[in-house]
Design a protein around this ligand. Structure first.
Ligand code: ZN
Length: 410
């Protein structure tokens, strides 16, 4: 393939991604105007319903502006050969190829952060603030960014350095070795997320004694789940939106409840949410998730190994010579349709797992408290109760509320 053909494909994929996303969002925003289905009546009063629609409209507009700007920057960079120019410029003072590669991604990371920063600030302190969700201070916001950058630089830099080293050392077979490295990394993050990463951003502490713990204790005993693994996290540091999740493998497994979830729910509802999370553990969804991501990464690295040495790819990106980093970046664009399709399959699997966890909670604890907890969560988050089916098919990792309620009512 000539470099011109490849460039056309790269731009074509970028345009397609953008149009596809915009079309889905358009359908979804229109769908939010539909009347609320019978089964979900009572979640919103008149005023709150209007507020939820306004929230949907404002976040939709925000998504459109930010994705449009990103789109034009990317099209500009591709068609004007900015990535190749950056490569040539870095070469004028970078001594060896691996250093150029690290610098190249460092600069790209920096630029994308600079473009993203005002959007991130606006989202938190204007949109979320206006609808009463924001509890973050400017200090927390800045600290979060700095910590995120440091982790990104250290972890991303380290993995990239290993990748470059393996490509130089192993040639085309690099992908198998790097797959092993990434697998170890994914397992490590899965196991230690709540012990090593989360505490950098939040305070995590074991649930205190009291009526809630007693209720959960009762339930845990019944289903044989070790109680010492229940934690409460200070989500209220950033947002009023409540949540709960299961994390970790083996001895490190934990159910984590947000303090903001505890604030707004009854003990029965919280025990039901807890039962749902235990369901994920009992049905082995965490192990399954880890296996799926390791397999996906293997496929991606295999495909990468087919293109990483191509000169045409570098030339299409505006480069003057073949460069690993130009090819890596071109690959992320070429891979994005595959990634979209795999993402859809991943979400189908995830939605199936959510139904299973719901069913487990219903079986072992009862349906009413979980249904009322989920309804309350939707209302507190000003959720769109009537999302478009095409949008949920592609993007929803959880089934829409209506489907969950219907499934639980049987
Ligand atoms: Zn779940």
């Amino acid at each position: 393939m000539t470099e011109q053909t490849i460039l056309t494909i790269l731009i074509g994929i970028t345009v397609f991604d953008f149009v596809f996303e915009r079309a889905l969002s358009f359908l979804n925003n229109k769908s939010a105007l539909k009347p609320i289905p019978e089964e979900l009546s009572g979640i919103y009063d008149e005023e709150k319903y209007r507020k939820s629609q306004e929230y949907g409209k404002v976040t939709g507009r925000f998504g459109m502006v930010s994705s449009t700007i990103n789109f034009f920057v990317m099209i500009g960079a591709l068609s004007l050969g900015w990535f190749g120019m950056l490569d040539s410029w870095l070469r004028t003072f970078s001594p060896v190829e691996p250093v150029t590669t690290l610098l190249f991604f460092g600069v790209i990371f920096l630029i994308s952060q600079i473009i993203g920063l005002p959007f991130s600030y606006y989202k938190t302190f204007v949109i979320e603030e206006r609808f009463g969700f924001n509890r973050s201070t400017v200090k927390t916001f800045i600290l979060d960014k700095v910590k995120g950058w440091l982790i990104g630089l250290i972890v991303g830099g380290l993995l990239l350095a290993i990748l470059v080293y393996l490509v130089m050392l192993m040639g085309k077979d690099f992908w198998i070795y790097f797959w092993v490295v990434v697998t170890v990394f994914v397992l490590f993050v899965n196991v230690f997320y709540t012990t090593l990463i989360l505490p950098l951003f939040n305070k995590l502490k074991p649930m205190e004694d009291g009526a809630l713990k007693a209720s959960i204790e009762n339930y845990s005993h019944k289903v044989d789940f070790p109680l010492k693994n229940i934690f409460v996290i200070d989500g209220s540091k950033r947002s009023s939106k409540g949540n709960a999740f299961f994390s970790g493998l083996g001895k490190q497994k934990k159910v984590v409840l947000y303090d903001t979830l505890i604030e707004n729910h009854t003990y029965e509802e919280l025990t039901a949410v807890f039962a749902h999370e235990v369901g994920h553990f009992k049905k082995k969804h965490i192990v399954q998730g880890a296996i799926v991501s390791v397999l996906t990464i293997g496929l991606m690295l295999f495909l990468l190994s087919k293109m990483v040495f191509s000169s045409e790819l570098s030339f299409a990106m505006g480069g003057e010579i073949t460069a690993l980093h130009l090819n890596l970046l071109a690959f992320t664009i070429l891979y994005s349709p595959v990634s979209t399709v795999l993402g859809i399959f991943g979400n189908i699997l995830s939605r199936k797992n959510e139904f299973e966890a719901d069913a487990y909670a219903v079986e072992t604890y009862g349906s009413e408290p979980l249904i009322s907890a989920l309804k309350k969560l939707s209302s507190d988050h000003l959720s769109n109760l009537t999302p478009h089916s095409a949008y949920t098919f592609v993007h929803y990792s959880h089934p829409p509320l209506l489907q969950r309620v219907k499934a639980m009512q049987g």
